[in-house]
Ligand binder design. Structure first.
Ligand SMILES: Cc1ncc(COP(=O)(O)O)c(C=O)c1O
Length: 395
């Protein structure tokens, strides 16, 4: 491949052959010429979500009024069950609620209490800020140490610890070895809380097969759940059983209560995953999340993951052709749904891409341009245009 035009021609051929290309029609596309490469931050708007939100507002809220709580009450668990197969969990292990930050805070409290002899919470230095802040806060509350030495935790040198880490690194897109890390930390008597925010809806994740006990994640990225859509919490059946009469989550509002409407009863947590709930769930957010989960499940997570590998491979191929500095793993098996390009002027380039090239990507401090590839909406021509533009801006 030599010129930009050749690259674009190649991209058009790949779009024509893309078995998922028709899924783009399922989304609201205001500007067909925009290369939207930020679906790893905020996924696009599914048409079915717009339709379904109208229905819920008109029929269930305006029409059904309070009686709609009859079927709304269980939605966090119902959608959790629908999401479960996308992350290799079974029904009853996932609940959709609150924000990922809140969910991580809750699971951290449970995890430090179930790990006997835990003195330390471990979080990688470059982990997403909310995860680091919450680790610091929970460590302070429980009088624990914070360590960034994941390798020491894996080697068992820190004793039984709680590790918090992302499956897909939000900067580089590097995929951690979930099976090996979970097994090593568990062998030393500890546990791992996996943050699946940049993995769910784009990679094949298998929590049960990797014997994972705790995980959280966002639904507004590759799952297209909408701005501020609720996150999810996962606890394995084993962890749920082990904590039934044991450590409970730290914000046990009335939605976590076994007999929620027996108002005078003393606190008695629910038996099921619903014990992680806090207060009244936002039904419109849950509705939108459900549409995104449904769309992903119907398109099929293995087909989605295959396109993620193929389109990010293509990004790297074009970046190499232009001599750009790729900051993501070259092995597609070790890479999530985005590719980062490193450049000292990354912030300015990202702004110029939006202002002059109709390319929406994002900048991550200090020197990364992140190109998010959402398999259901991103076209090969989008990434070809974006990388050609980056090359032109840096020439
Ligand atoms: C890896 C990761 N973890 C946690 C969060 C925080 O999610 P929330 O703001 O919904 O709590 C994000 C948000 O982008 C994220 O990327």
């Amino acid at each position: 491949m030599s010129t930009n035009d050749d690259l674009l021609d190649h991209a058009r051929q790949l779009d024509t052959a893309d078995p998922l290309a028709h899924w783009r029609d399922e989304f609201v596309i205001d500007d067909p010429d925009l290369a939207y490469l930020d679906g790893n931050s905020l996924g696009m708007t599914p048409r079915r979500t717009v339709h379904r939100l109208h229905e819920v507002v008109n029929d269930e809220w305006a029409g059904g009024l309070i009686s709609s709580w009859g079927h709304w009450l269980d939605l966090p668990m119902v959608i959790g069950d629908e999401l479960a197969p996308l992350i290799g969990a079974v029904a009853g292990e996932v609940v959709v609620h609150d924000s990922t930050s809140v969910n991580l805070y809750q699971l951290l409290h449970i995890a430090v209490a179930v790990v006997e002899g835990c003195t330390t919470i471990v979080v990688p230095t470059g982990e997403f800020p909310t995860d680091r802040y919450l680790v610091d806060a929970v460590a302070e509350t429980h009088n624990l140490n914070v360590s960034h030495a994941v390798d020491d935790a894996i080697a068992g040198r820190l004793g039984p610890v709680v590790v918090v880490m992302s499956l897909v690194d939000y900067r580089s897109a590097e995929v951690a070895d979930m099976a090996a890390i979970t097994a090593a930390v568990q062998n030393a008597g500890g546990t791992v809380i996996w943050d699946l925010s940049h993995a769910v809806g784009v990679l094949e994740v298998n929590l049960n097969r990797c014997s994972v006990d705790f995980a959280v994640g966002c639904t507004y990225k590759f799952l297209n759940g909408g701005p501020g859509a609720p996150g999810f919490s996962y606890m394995s059946t084993r962890a749920l059983d082990a904590t039934r009469n044991g450590p409970q989550q730290p914000i046990p509002g009335w939605f976590a209560q076994a007999d929620q409407f027996r108002m005078d009863e003393p606190r008695r947590p629910r038996d099921d995953i619903g014990r992680l709930l806090i207060g009244t769930p936002g039904i419109l957010g849950l509705t939108a999340t459900r549409c995104g989960v449904e769309l992903t499940a119907t398109a099929g997570i293995s087909a989605i993951a295959a396109k993620a590998r193929a389109i990010t491979d293509f990004v790297i191929e074009i970046a190499d052709a232009h001599g750009l500095d790729v900051a993501s793993p070259r092995d597609a098996q070790r890479r999530g749904g985005h590719v980062s390009i490193r450049h000292a002027s990354a912030e300015q380039i990202t702004a110029d891409l939006a202002a002059a090239h109709s390319v929406l990507a994002d900048y991550r401090d200090p020197d990364l341009i992140r190109l998010g590839c959402s398999p259901l909406t991103t076209r090969y021509v989008d990434v070809a245009r974006a990388v050609n533009a980056i090359a032109a801006l840096t020439a």
